[in-house]
Structure formats: structure tokens, C-alpha cells
Design a protein around this ligand. Structure first.
Ligand code: NAD
Length: 247
């Protein structure tokens, strides 16, 4: 149960869904965990469930000043960081023909720029042998209707796993991407009317080879593997999608 004792972990978007499940797995295993997200209420609820070995810092990953604050707090609270889970993100659909500049810019500001600068700002704290995991998505290789902007932002993350792995290899730091298929969290269908969202989610489950959505815990275990156990793996992508993109 104490697999992660002595390890310090930072998780963006750690208050809910996949990020929270990963925080819980690692905190239960003895890690000290710092979570960040935009909603103080969500972070407070998460902290209550994580127990005493966790701390929360509210902030927007798209704002570089917030990332500076996050890095300062991480230095004060943790000192060094052995695992960084770059997981904060948004998902939304918008038809190609009506895509707005604002929609495009917000998606890339959070999913792509936010991820890149999270690594950039926290890199000085990463210890030798640390693992960085970036959350991409199987959307980076699929072509569902109206997902062009989200998919492109997640493809950027797949690319960053390779380039940042090269940048950080001289310091003995590994960088990998986790690529979830449809996972049962609040993010699925968030921008759709309720009935449409329910249909979207039901379709994703029905079309999956395993006939269901993944759970946040199933992704968390793969993240923990990449962050701590995959010591000969860097620049890679681990697909966890019930076989959706493979079968
Ligand atoms: P979620 O909505 O529960 O988690 C997203 C988290 O990111 C939230 O805690 C939110 O507060 C945080 N966040 C969003 N914008 C932020 C910002 N600007 N600054 C700081 N924090 C911000 O949903 P989830 O499914 O757990 O999503 C986690 C990651 O997994 C996302 O990057 C998402 O794109 C990716 N993903 C999810 C699925 C899925 O089906 N659930 C599939 C593939 C990839």
C-alpha cells in the first residue's frame, strides 16, 4: 500500500475525473499530492476525500502567471517533484462550418499551451528519474464529427510528449502520453444539450469493443505505471481505450 511513499506528485485538473482518481491512487499509496484546477469548491471537495497528504492550489493553466504561482507553491510545499501529471483539459464539439476563433483559441490555450507551459514552469522542480505524463486522447487519431479543434489540440499533446522527452532526457526525466478512450467523467458531452449528451455517451459505450466506457481508476493505474514504473519508456503513448482504436 506504500508504493509511493516519499514521492511528490503534481496533478493539473486533479480535482475531478481522471486527475482525481490518479491523485487518490497515489495519495492512498503514500505520495504527497498537489492538485490544481479552476474551481475552489471542486478542489475543496477533492481535498476532503484525499486525506491529509494532499494540498490544492487554485489556478488556470492557460494563465502563465497562475503557473508561476503553482510552481512557487509546489517548491514551498513539496520541494522536488517525482511525478507531474499534465491532465487539465476541456472537451467540446463545434461543427467545422461554424467554428469560431474564440472556440479555437480557448481550446488551444488550455489543452495545448497550458500543458506545454505547465511542463516548462515545473521542470526546474523535477528530480532525476521523474516521470511526466501528458493526457492526450484517442481523439488525436480518430475523426468523429465536429471534433476537429479538440482532436488537433490533443494531437499537439501527443507531439509534445516526443519533443519534451528529448528536451528532458539529459536530466533523466521521462515524458509520456496517456491516451484514454471514452471515460466515464463529467467531461463527456459537456457542451451538448442533455439529451444529445446522453445519446453521445451511450453511443461511445455501445460502439466500444468492450461495450462500456472506461473508468477513471483504469486510467489512473496506467498513469501511475507511466509515471513510476515505465523506466525504459519515454516519448511514447499508452492507449487505454477498451480496444476502440486497435480492434
Ligand atoms: P474532468 O472535466 O473531470 O477533468 C478536467 C479537469 O481539468 C477538471 O478538474 C477541470 O477543473 C480542469 N481544468 C479544465 N480547464 C482548466 C484550466 N484552464 N486550468 C486548470 N484546470 C482546468 O474530465 P476528465 O475526463 O477527467 O478529463 C481529464 C483529461 O482527460 C482532459 O485533458 C481530457 O481532455 C482528457 N480525456 C478525457 C476523456 C474522457 O472520455 N473522459 C477521454 C480522453 C481524454
Amino acid at each position: 500500500m506504500d508504493n509511493y511513499r516519499g514521492k511528490n506528485v503534481v496533478i493539473t485538473g486533479g480535482g475531478s475525473g481522471i486527475g482525481f482518481a490518479t491523485a487518490k491512487l497515489l495519495a492512498d499509496g503514500g505520495a504527497r499530492v498537489l492538485i490544481t484546477g479552476r474551481s475552489q469548491a471542486t478542489l475543496d471537495t477533492a481535498l476532503e476525500r484525499l486525506g491529509g497528504n494532499a494540498v490544492a492550489v487554485r489556478g488556470d493553466v492557460a494563465a502563465l502567471s497562475d503557473l508561476d504561482t503553482l510552481a512557487e507553491r509546489a517548491r514551498d510545499e513539496l520541494g522536488t517533484v517525482e511525478a507531474l501529471f499534465v491532465n487539465a483539459g476541456i472537451a467540446a464539439t463545434m461543427p467545422f462550418a461554424s467554428t469560431t476563433e474564440q472556440f479555437y483559441d480557448e481550446m488551444f490555450a488550455i489543452n495545448a499551451k497550458g500543458a506545454y507551459f505547465t511542463v516548462r514552469k515545473l521542470a526546474p522542480l523535477l528530480s532525476t528519474g521523474a516521470g511526466v505524463v501528458l493526457t492526450t486522447s484517442t481523439a488525436n487519431v480518430t475523426s468523429l464529427p465536429a471534433t476537429g479543434v479538440y482532436s488537433a489540440s490533443k494531437a499537439a499533446l501527443r507531439s509534445m510528449a516526443r519533443t519534451l522527452a528529448g528536451e528532458l532526457l539529459p536530466r533523466g526525466i521521462r515524458v509520456n502520453a496517456i491516451s484514454p478512450g471514452p471515460v466515464d467523467t463529467g467531461i463527456l458531452g459537456t457542451t451538448m444539450p442533455e439529451a444529445e449528451a446522453e445519446r453521445f455517451v451511450a453511443e461511445r459505450a455501445a460502439e466500444n469493443p468492450m461495450g462500456r466506457l472506461g473508468t477513471p481508476g483504469e486510467i489512473a493505474r496506467a498513469v501511475a505505471f507511466l509515471a513510476f514504473d515505465a523506466t525504459y519508456t519515454t516519448g511514447a503513448e499508452l492507449v487505454v481505450d477498451g480496444g476502440a482504436t486497435q480492434l
